[in-house]
Design a protein around this ligand. Structure first.
Ligand SMILES: *[C@@H]1O[C@H](CO)[C@@H](O)[C@H](O)[C@H]1NC(C)=O
Length: 334
């Protein structure tokens, strides 16, 4: 046994070099036009299934009528953990290039009219999702996209995921600024993405890129609801409310989806500690000591029972064998 263990170890080591878990190796990015085989300029944004605390059913991104990627981009391969947790990671139509700020880019327009019976259904699915507070979960560079709030104690609190909209209903309001309508759902049709990166200029790994490369440290999002009144990227200051009832004959409704991207250099945070800010604000998810203790007690109790039953049965058997042995011995010696 020992011998085979010694043999297996170097083989394992050999395999480790050619195999790594996704997310454990840093990805270098560089400005578009500077692409080499050690860095890429396209920053891929993936969308995951939406979930909520108010319902047990998660929905895939495509269940809702959001913008779809133009060409058939392939979904990334999911690992076992992601499959078990019910994650459905899909490509998205957001086009982000490294170190390229975008002030307001049109993603797509969705038009709904009363002529198409499907449209009222799509709108009601959106309304329902907002009413149940369904949350987007986006992924960039193997990291969750986070939303951060300032708490009353002047600390930043970041969560992975952001709501697909906000609503006012029965005196309850989830929108950032007070809204006047009493019973309305507002869809988040614009996102402000802030991507923080560590410049490679002064690091060993990045000296070849000079000022044009880096590694992504964090991606934060601020979702907004903006009523563009038909003109994309016009600032109106109004929220875009979905029609509360089915569209009437001849009525149409349009949702314009847009996004903006800002790249910010931050050389204080290393790539290897880029998860820290998420973990720091997850203090409420403490370890479930009670459940662990509970399971441990049950396991101990059951194994104790089995051991006792085994001991009792075997005890009788051993006694019987001993008796037979004694009998045989007695026969031989007489
Ligand atoms: C992008 O915008 C941020 C904030 O306005 C600015 O600090 C940064 O230099 C800009 N980056 C580029 C590449 O223009």
């Amino acid at each position: 046994m020992k011998c085979s263990g010694i043999l297996v170890f170097p083989i394992l080591l050999y395999h480790v070099q050619s195999f790594y878990l996704p997310g454990l190796a840093p990805v270098n990015y560089c400005r578009s036009g500077e692409d080499t085989n050690t860095c890429k300029s396209q920053v891929d944004l993936y969308v995951n299934r939406l979930n909520t605390e108010e319902s047990v059913i998660p929905y895939e991104y495509n269940h809702f009528d959001f913008c779809l990627p133009s060409e058939e981009l392939k979904s990334p391969v999911e690992n076992l953990g992601q499959v078990v947790f019910g994650e459905r990671i899909r490509p998205s139509p957001y086009k982000i290039r490294f170190m390229e700020n975008q002030t307001c880019t049109l993603l797509c327009k969705k038009t709904y009219s009363s002529n198409d019976p499907q449209d009222n259904l799509k709108l009601s699915i959106l309304r329902k999702g907002i009413g149940l507070n369904y949350q987007h979960h986006w992924i960039v560079d193997n990291m969750p996209v986070t939303t951060c709030y300032d708490t009353e104690e002047n600390e930043q609190f970041c969560t992975t995921g952001f709501p697909m909209g906000c609503y006012s209903k029965n005196g309850r309001q989830t929108c950032a600024k007070p809204v006047s309508k009493m019973d309305a759902s507002y869809i988040h049709n614009h996102v402000d993405l802030t991507i923080t990166y560590h410049s490679g200029a002064k690091e060993e790994w990045g000296s070849q890129f000079q000022q044009n490369g880096g590694r992504i440290i964090s991606v934060k999002v601020i979702p907004r609801s903006i009523d563009y009144k038909g003109q994309p990227c016009m600032q109106t200051g109004d929220y875009l409310s979905l029609p509360t009832k089915n569209l009437e004959k001849g009525q149409t409704f349009e949702i314009i989806y847009t996004y903006s991207v800002t790249f910010i250099e931050n050389n204080k945070v290393k790539w290897s500690s880029r998860w820290d800010y998420i973990l720091e604000s997850m203090q409420h998810t403490n370890i479930q000591w009670f459940s662990i203790l509970n399971s441990a007690v049950i396991v101990l109790f059951l194994s104790g029972m089995v051991a006792m039953i085994l001991l009792r049965t075997l005890h009788k058997d051993i006694a019987r064998y001993n008796q037979i042995d004694n009998g045989e011995d007695a026969q031989v010696y007489t």
